[in-house]
Write a protein that binds this ligand. Structure first.
Ligand SMILES: *[C@@H]1O[C@H](CO)[C@@H](O)[C@H](O)[C@H]1NC(C)=O
Ligand SMILES: *[C@@H]1O[C@H](CO)[C@@H](O)[C@H](O)[C@H]1NC(C)=O
Length: 986
């Protein structure tokens, strides 16, 4: 949902450009009454520390610490750290004495914790992240100490002040070293530095719109922000985790030398070693990646570092999920079907038309969504009786459900506070919450009142024991009216359209329009189109351009009034006061996209029931509302897996929800960025990820939408979503998009069993779903930055066209010639040389997809819905590797139960002219097997037997090396997986 309007001017992005043309909102068609002024969202003028020429470098003035009283134990050591000189008090008050605790927690995990020695609940000057909010990994109960043999070796010294290193024992490689820096630990500022090798490869540190490999000159600011996907700034989620991959050249004696270039010499042998680092800290923070080092700066909390030894990405990701943040939620089968959404579906009738139009064009539609349009005056858990009435909704939803389709509505994070002097404005959701005392307060104990879509709002306080029961109950009550199938959580950073408790004393003013114009309102017509629109649609582009420039000149005068004359900016710089924190304007200014921490968010001094200030837990609101919603959905559907897509996330949110990429725009570069964003969320343990396909802000066009509908078909979460008043972009709007979409959906839906099996492996073992090439081919340094193509699971590679006007795409085929790749469509092996950039023909409507040799992919004939698909006959694609072998698996259950009554695991193994199928489990699937297609078969007479019985429908094509076996239905009547079988060919 809309965060910021007119977001395409990244190059000129400044703090003052955030709230364009607001003067016109008084002429908006909504209601001619009070609107919170846009100026209410202006914060102090700040200069981010990393840009401030006057900024003090703490490394040059702070004394560091000295370790003493070091005590070793079976699992690590503890020590006291004492300030090694005069306090520097640069961005806070130095903490005199710290405790160091090092613990080997499992065979793959090392914990290093540095916290103030004397923190108790009453000492509000230092907040340490609560284990109730974010569980702290503890030593595995069955872990037997192996400190000497552990691959991660911790060491420390006091030379010249306290420093520590983490070394990988097996390679001698230094993974982390604070040598050459001092530890700085103040009540509002913590800094710790590690050197890194030249040209290091780091990934993660979200959430950002950025390439997959972060580079050696990047500042990753982590502070949850409601903002429309600006590149390289902090956005919705907070993911303080990175993967560090190091490539070594291995000589003939097995000696390993770190390589600092991504150029791969095909004559040389390489190996890579990856480790993961998680900082369990929820404060606003930033991570400075510089050519030689990484500097972590937080606005509080503790240094609570966890290292995962890998040494491969899959092992790091598994260990991070199983040992620290939790495994991702298993999704219901239906959630892998196609989702359609937009802001601006006006009523149930229109929603029904959309559903019917999909059907008319025979484009599979699984789930229809509504944005805030359905709400009564934007109030949660309410329906507009004129447009989205409960009675009409019930009819619509019962028909939808009867057709095997689903419905997901948006739910916002803020709760409308009604006008107390107007009885007809009463709002039960607020009243019940207020009676249970579940909302955030101001420091003086009064209710904190911000402003969001419905007008003045309050905000749930997830630290109150009553908040989750209240939230669940509201969901249960609303479900009685509206039978939703999942929930979409928005605005959870948590967003507020004004600074501070702007509604205090003003609630009777009753604003009903947000403090900025909505897309489509005067002054905010959506004129923007994808790059290249002027080439592909020149006539239309010319008239749009004329309309947009006349509108621009009309509003220029208005803008001029807003722009103050330019004098030297008078930045607010604060200095620490001993023992007192300045939470609203901390002395260290992070490079927050919104500037002031209070802008467009609940202010840092909002106060929770346990006295904790929002400053200390801001990054957790989005995480906790996902937990609350998960509990709520369990209350609604006690046995079903909750389906939630949320905007703001934290480390571990994946155990409750999926995530969408937020407010992108209909631009080609955003389509590209969806890949690194998805891969980053793979590392964060949130595999259920997708972006607003065809683009949210701005208008889309046929070419972009065609490419994007095809690309997103290979993302776990597949949804098209659009902004208010932009032109329609459902896949039936353009004939070319309809055709392209159907082609891609055909593939997606036939592979649903593969995708579902991948998710089960993610949910049970921490396997990665969407995978970077570098993770599957870890010994090829040239893939370190490959993020324009990707793998879905281990066996499917997608090489999308990401450029306007292109009819081909350059792709690499990793692992060749050892690895064989088969073209999905032609079913023949690709001929490519190692490291070669192959030009692949990809006219509009075609998305290159390849199967990795060695894989057996279970397929099912696609139906209109996933429910229909699940009743269709099975197929298998057996893609042989260079040795003529392949393997794969299939997981089945009822597709919705949290604890399914029965499950089925099927294993496929092909070798030496035979495919053996074995199964375990009791889940019954009665669909027959229709076909088996074997790719890469060398010399075959076409004689095929199933359990020794001759099969007639077999054809072998010696040129393509494809063996197609069809007509197996009769032989597998009653179910393809009823019992083990063997298919052999010779
Ligand atoms: C590093 O990034 C900064 C800020 O984007 C830029 O000004 C500078 O030129 C970059 N330095 C190098 C060496 O690329
Ligand atoms: C980190 O590296 C940068 C250059 O890349 C250097 O300017 C800075 O002093 C280093 N910081 C520390 C603490 O070593």
């Amino acid at each position: 949902m809309l965060a910021q309007i007119n977001m395409y001017l990244f190059a000129v992005w400044t703090a003052v450009s955030q709230w364009p043309i607001n003067l016109l909102s008084s002429t908006s068609p909504f209601r001619e009454i009070f609107t919170v002024p846009a100026s209410a969202d202006n914060g102090a003028l700040l200069i981010p520390n990393i840009q401030d020429p006057q900024a003090v470098d703490v490394q040059t003035v702070c004394p560091g610490y000295t370790a003493s009283n070091v005590q070793t134990n079976d699992y690590g050591l503890s020590a006291s750290l004492t300030l090694a000189g005069k306090a520097c008090d640069v961005y806070g008050t130095d903490v005199e004495s710290l405790s160091l605790n090092v613990e080997y927690q499992s065979a793959e995990r090392l914990s290093i914790n540095i916290s103030p020695s004397n923190v108790d609940a009453s000492n509000s000057s230092h907040y340490i992240l609560s284990e109730q909010l974010v569980p702290r990994p503890s030593r595995d109960s069955d872990y037997k100490s192996d400190i000497k043999d552990h691959d991660l070796q911790f060491s420390w010294s006091n030379d010249p002040t306290f420093l520590f290193t983490v070394t990988r024992k097996s390679t001698g490689d230094v993974l982390y070293s604070s040598k050459g820096s001092v530890l700085v630990y103040e009540d509002q500022f913590v800094e710790f530095v590690s050197s890194l090798p030249e040209n290091y490869n780091l990934y993660g540190l979200g959430e950002h719109i950025h390439g997959l490999r972060l580079g050696n000159n990047y500042t990753a600011t982590i502070y949850a922000a409601d903002t429309g996907d600006p590149i390289d700034y902090n956005i919705y989620g907070s993911q303080p985790f990175y993967l560090d991959t190091r490539y070594f050249e291995v000589d003939s004696d097995g000696k390993k030398t770190l390589v600092t270039s991504t150029a791969t010499d095909p004559c040389k042998k390489y190996e890579s070693y990856s480790h993961g680092t998680y900082l369990r800290n929820a404060h606003g923070q930033e991570v400075l990646l510089r050519p030689e080092n990484i500097t972590w700066r937080t606005l509080g909390g503790s240094i609570d570092l966890f290292f995962f030894d890998g040494p491969s990405q899959p092992e790091v990701t598994k260990a991070y999920q199983t040992g620290a943040i939790g495994l991702p939620a298993m999704q219901q089968y239906f959630t892998f079907g196609y989702h359609q959404c937009r802001w601006g579906y006006k009523n149930w009738t229109q929603l029904n038309e959309v559903v019917e139009t999909f059907k008319k064009f025979d484009i599979p539609l699984e789930t229809i969504w509504t944005d805030i349009d359905y709400m009564s005056q934007y109030r949660d858990f309410s329906n507009d009786e004129n447009t989205f009435s409960v009675s009409e909704g019930q009819k619509f939803l019962s028909q939808l459900h009867a057709n095997g389709q689903h419905y997901v509505p948006i739910v916002d994070s803020a709760i409308y506070i009604p006008n107390p002097s107007n009885a007809s404005d009463a709002y039960g959701v607020y009243t019940r919450g207020n009676d249970s005392n579940v909302f955030l307060s101001n420091p003086d104990g009064s209710q904190y009142i911000g402003a969001v879509w419905p007008g003045y709002t309050v905000f749930p306080d997830w630290h109150s024991d009553e908040s989750v029961p209240w939230w669940s109950n509201e969901m249960v009550q609303w479900y009685k009216d509206i039978q939703f199938d999942g929930i979409w959580i928005d605005m959870s950073e948590v967003s507020s359209f004004c600074v501070g408790s702007c509604g205090s004393g003003n609630v009777t003013l009753n604003p009903v329009h947000p403090p900025f114009s909505l897309p489509g309102e005067p002054g905010n017509i959506v004129y923007d189109y994808p790059e290249g629109f002027n080439i592909t649609n020149s006539t239309e582009a010319a008239s749009v351009s004329a309309a947009s420039s006349s509108a621009a000149s009309a509003t220029a005068t208005a803008t001029a009034i807003l722009t103050s004359s330019s004098t030297t900016p008078d930045y607010l710089r604060t200095t620490p006061t001993p023992g007192v924190r300045n939470v609203n304007h901390p002395p260290y200014v992070i490079n927050n996209v919104q500037g002031d921490l209070a802008v467009h968010a609940v202010s840092p001094n909002a106060t929770h029931h346990d006295g904790v200030e929002e400053y200390d837990v801001h990054n957790l609101f989005g995480h906790q509302i996902l937990n609350a919603t998960y509990q709520g959905l369990l209350a609604v559907f006690p046995t079903k897996r909750p389906f939630i897509i949320g905007r703001s996330t934290f480390a571990g949110s994946g155990k409750w929800a999926g995530h969408w990429g937020g407010d992108n725009a209909s631009k080609w570069f955003y389509m590209y960025f969806s890949i690194p964003q998805a891969l980053s969320f793979s590392l964060f343990g949130i595999p259920m990820f997708g972006v607003d396909t065809c683009g949210f802000n701005g208008n889309s066009d046929a070419e972009l939408c065609s490419r994007w509908m095809q690309l997103s078909a290979f993302f776990p979460f597949y949804r098209n979503h659009n902004v208010l008043s932009a032109i329609s972009q459902e896949p039936y709007v353009w004939a070319s998009v309809t055709a392209a979409t159907k082609t891609a959906m055909q593939i997606r839906y036939s592979l649903l069993p593969y995708l579902y099996t991948l998710f089960h492996a993610a949910h049970t073992r921490g396997d990665t779903v969407m995978r970077a090439l570098a993770w599957e081919f870890p010994n090829d340094p040239s893939l370190a930055n490959a993020d324009r193509q990707f793998l879905l699971g281990p066996s499917l590679m997608v090489v999308p066209v990401l450029e306007q006007g292109a009819a081909s795409v350059n792709g690499v085929f990793p692992g060749v010639p050892t690895t064989v790749w088969y073209d999905w469509y032609g079913q023949t092996a690709v001929s490519a040389k190692a490291g070669e950039n192959v030009t692949i023909e990809a006219p509009l409507g075609h998305i290159p997809v390849y199967i990795r040799g060695g894989a057996v992919l279970p397929t099912q004939a696609p139906g209109y819905t996933t429910t229909e698909s699940r009743k269709n006959p099975w197929g298998l694609v057996v893609a042989l590797d260079a040795q003529g072998s392949a393997e794969g698996s299939l997981y089945l259950d009822d597709g919705e139960s949290i604890t399914p009554e029965s499950t089925l695991d099927v294993e496929f193994r092909a070798a030496k002219g035979s495919l053996k199928v074995q199964m375990e489990g009791k889940f019954e699937d009665t669909n027959a097997l229709a076909n088996v297609t074997v790719l890469g078969v060398e010399g075959c007479s076409g004689s095929v037997k199933l359990n020794g019985q001759a099969v007639t429908g077999a054809k072998y094509d010696g040129e393509s090396k494809v063996l197609s076996v069809t007509g197996l239905e009769d032989l597998t009547k009653g179910g393809a997986w009823k019992g083990g079988w063997e298919l052999s060919w010779s």
